[in-house]
Design a protein around this ligand. Sequence first.
Ligand code: SAH
Ligand code: SF4
Length: 358
Amino acid sequence: MKKHILNYTKDELAKFISPKFRVKQLFSWIYNKKVTNFLEMNNLPKDLRQKLNDEFTILSSQIVSKQVSKDGSIKYLFKLHDGHTVEAVLLLMKPTVYNEDGSIKHLPKYTVCVSSQVGCKVGCAFCLTAKGGFVRDLSAGEIVEQILQIYIDNNIESNRKVNIVYMGMGEPLDNLENLAKAIKIFSDVEGLSISPHRQTVSTSGLSSKIDKLAKLNLGVNLAISLHAVDDKLREQLMPINKAYNIASIMEAVRRFPVNLRKKVLFEYLMIKNVNDSLDAAKKLVKLLNGIKAKVNLIYFNPYEESEFQRPSYEDMRKFQKYLLSKGIICTIRESKGLDISAACGQLREQKLQEEQQR
Ligand code: SAH
Ligand code: SF4
């Protein structure tokens, strides 16, 4: 089988492509010009083009489904080389703004949510990805390719400031090696040049891996999927809490090097009558004491057969207001792409069901 070129950093490619500037040219072809056929890279010597073509592929997956939300976000389903599927979402944070004469005033702002694994081992009770179990890790190249394909599909230029959140399918810290490599490839200035400060790794709280990520000193932002403030409830929602309890997560967060201007993001999935009380908000404030934190409240996004319910707007606001009154930055995540079932795993599940019905 041919090797996947998106799996390699420039330094790695320099081991078998010389002189070194050829690697820069190759990176520029792929990540700037978005050329996906080696033979068209016409400033590379012909024999090198041929050799690359014989040994490598550029794209290894296919977009098999695309859902466009009313708010302009687009959810993608990718079929990997072995037939498994993963999701990624292009979130339109701010649409294009035009001047009166029709020229563009501001380009749109994007965040891309990518997957790190096919399935997930963590098994959270509210998560659709967990229902299908764990299949396999994504390679670094497969993580990179989700973004590259989305750039190509939307004509996004390589110097645009796009944010990446590792909040798609899978637990990124359970695939740390490939994740770290993808983070480096994304941030290469000769590639897509997406600074690590624009990349956020979201984890269910594998404390020991948070420490490992910290040691790698990549400069990425950290997001913790907390979702509960006492261990008993958190164990029910997230069985991983038996191995890494809340205290161990908070300790790891305190050790994590946070960029001066940044904060650690705590995601709090609000589930009706489960964790949405004011009492929980009070405990949350205590937990976050002394941590440079911001909180993002997420509406539970129901799916067929889910045992939980979406909270009311009023309960979300009450929770938020309490945190704000205690000086904690707290936002409510707009349900971007709710109409395209944006919570992770939902498009994939829909496709699998359609296939079974056929
Ligand atoms: N495994 C990592 C990253 C992927 S999950 C993590 O858990 O952080 C990304 C986010 O989607 C998590 O905060 C998760 O709790 C949330 N999520 C899972 N199922 C959801 C649902 N049904 N509705 C809303 N958010 C959900
Ligand atoms: Fe895995 Fe995250 Fe889903 Fe939990 S919420 S099962 S960690 S993907």
